[in-house]
Design a protein around this ligand. Structure first.
Ligand SMILES: Cc1cc2nc3c(=O)[nH]c(=O)nc-3n(C[C@H](O)[C@H](O)[C@H](O)COP(=O)(O)O)c2cc1C
Length: 359
C-alpha cells in the first residue's frame, strides 16, 4: 500500500488527474481502487484526497461505504493492478480515453432524432392511453389553490423577465403567498384545456404530442397558510394533495442533491417526476428525448415566472436518482425524478455569477 501511495504523492502536474481519469473511467479499475481506499490507513487516504473538491470527496465517501468488503488476497491483487496502472499511466490513459470516447459516441444516439426506429406504438395498435394525472386518494387532505391571478406580478415586462433571469441559490426567510404558489404551479403545469375522454390536456408549457409526461411534487417549508410537508400538484383540479410530512425533509432533499444545501433550504422546492409511459404510448423509444426536451420547458417557465414575483430559482440536475426517488416513494421504474428547482424570495441584488466548476 505504501508503495502505491508514494507513487501517487509524487505525481507532478496533471498526473493525478490522469490517474483519476484512468481509474474512474473504467468500472473494473474503479472497483479495485475503492477496495484499496476502503482498507487504507488515514495517512494514505489523506495523501489521495489532498486538494480534492468537496463534491468529489462526498462521492468517494459514499462509494467507499457502498463498496463490498474484500479479503487480503483480493486486496493484494487489486494493489498489484492499480500499482501497474500508476506506473504506466500514459499507456493506460490512452486506453481509458479511447473507451470513454467510444461510450460517449454510443450515448449520443439518445440526443438524435430516431423516429424511423420507433416501431409500432401502442397508440397505433389502438391501445388506450393512460390518464394525464396520477391517481390520488380522494379522501386525502386537499389544499385548494386560488385561481392564478395577475395581481401577484411585480415585474410585468417579459423583456425584463427574460433579460434579468438568472440562477439564484440564496433565498430569504420570507414566505411565499399561496397566490404566488398558485401562479408558479399554473406557469409550470397549468391546464389551459383538458380533453378527459382522450387523456389529453393542453397546458401553459408545450409537450411533444401533448403527452405532458410529468408530475409535480413540492417540498413546502415557507408558504403562507400551507403546513410544511410534501405535496403533489393536481393540475386538472388546480389543487394540492398532501402526501406526508417529515421533520427531516430539508436535510433529506439536501442530501439527495449531493449536499447542495440551497435545494432544501428554500420556501418550496419543485421536484418533477416523469411517468414515461404517457409518452411511450405514442412515441415508443423516441420518448426519452422528448421527455428530456419537455422538462426544460417546465423549468424555463418557472425561471421566468419567479423573476416576475421577486423570487428566484435554480434548475437542479445534480441529484442522486436513488435518494430522490426514495424520498418521494417513487418506484424508479414507471415513475422517477427528472429535474428539481428550489424557489424562494430573493434580495433584489443580483448574485455573483457562479460558473460551474467544469465550465
Ligand atoms: C439542466 C440544468 C441542470 C442544472 N443543475 C444545477 C445543479 O445541480 N446545481 C447548480 O447549482 N446549478 C445547476 N444548474 C444551473 C446552471 O449552473 C446555470 O444555469 C448556469 O451556471 C448558468 O447560469 P444562469 O442560469 O444564471 O444563466 C443547472 C442548470 C440546468 C439548465
Amino acid at each position: 500500500m505504501k508503495d502505491l501511495f508514494k507513487v501517487i504523492s509524487e505525481f507532478k502536474g496533471n498526473k493525478k488527474g490522469m490517474f483519476l481519469e484512468t481509474v474512474f473511467g473504467n468500472d473494473d479499475y474503479s472497483g479495485l481502487f475503492l477496495h484499496i481506499l476502503k482498507k487504507a490507513d488515514e495517512e494514505y487516504k489523506n495523501i489521495f484526497f489532498k486538494g480534492m473538491a468537496k463534491e468529489d470527496l462526498k462521492w468517494f465517501e459514499d462509494s467507499i461505504k457502498e463498496s463490498e468488503d474484500v479479503d487480503e488476497v483480493k486486496l493484494n491483487e487489486d494493489l498489484a493492478k492499480i500499482k501497474e496502472i500508476a506506473n504506466n499511466l500514459d499507456k493506460h490513459e490512452k486506453e481509458a480515453n479511447q473507451k470513454k470516447n467510444e461510450e460517449a459516441i454510443e450515448l449520443r444516439k439518445h440526443l438524435k432524432a430516431g423516429f424511423e426506429n420507433c416501431g409500432i406504438s401502442d397508440q397505433s395498435m389502438g391501445k388506450k392511453s393512460v390518464p394525464m394525472e396520477k391517481e390520488y386518494d380522494k379522501n386525502g387532505t386537499i389544499i385548494e389553490l386560488p385561481e392564478p391571478n395577475k395581481k401577484v406580478i411585480l415585474k410585468e415586462n417579459i423583456f425584463d423577465c427574460i433579460g434579468d433571469r438568472e440562477s439564484r441559490r440564496k433565498f430569504t426567510d420570507e414566505k411565499l403567498s399561496i397566490d404566488e404558489l398558485s401562479y408558479l404551479l399554473w406557469a409550470t403545469q397549468g391546464v389551459r384545456k383538458a380533453f378527459p375522454e382522450k387523456n389529453v390536456s393542453l397546458r401553459t408549457v408545450p409537450s411533444g404530442g401533448a403527452r405532458q409526461p410529468f408530475e409535480t411534487y413540492l417540498t413546502i417549508d415557507k408558504v403562507e397558510g400551507v403546513p410544511k410537508g410534501v405535496y403533489r400538484y393536481l393540475p386538472l383540479e388546480h389543487k394540492l394533495i398532501f402526501l406526508f410530512s417529515d421533520d427531516n425533509m430539508i436535510n433529506k432533499v439536501n442530501t439527495a442533491a449531493y449536499g447542495q444545501s440551497f435545494v432544501g433550504n428554500c420556501a418550496v422546492c419543485f421536484i418533477w417526476s416523469t411517468i414515461p409511459y404517457r409518452c411511450e404510448w405514442r412515441y415508443t423509444t423516441e420518448s426519452k428525448k422528448i421527455i428530456a426536451q419537455d422538462s426544460g420547458h417546465l423549468c424555463q417557465n418557472l425561471y421566468l415566472a419567479v423573476e416576475s414575483i421577486n423570487c428566484g430559482t435554480c434548475g437542479i440536475g445534480a441529484y442522486s436518482q436513488k435518494l430522490m426517488d426514495e424520498f418521494l416513494n417513487l418506484d424508479g421504474i414507471d415513475e422517477f425524478v427528472v429535474y428539481a428547482a428550489p424557489v424562494g424570495k430573493v434580495e433584489i441584488k443580483k448574485e455573483e455569477p457562479k460558473v460551474p466548476r467544469e465550465a
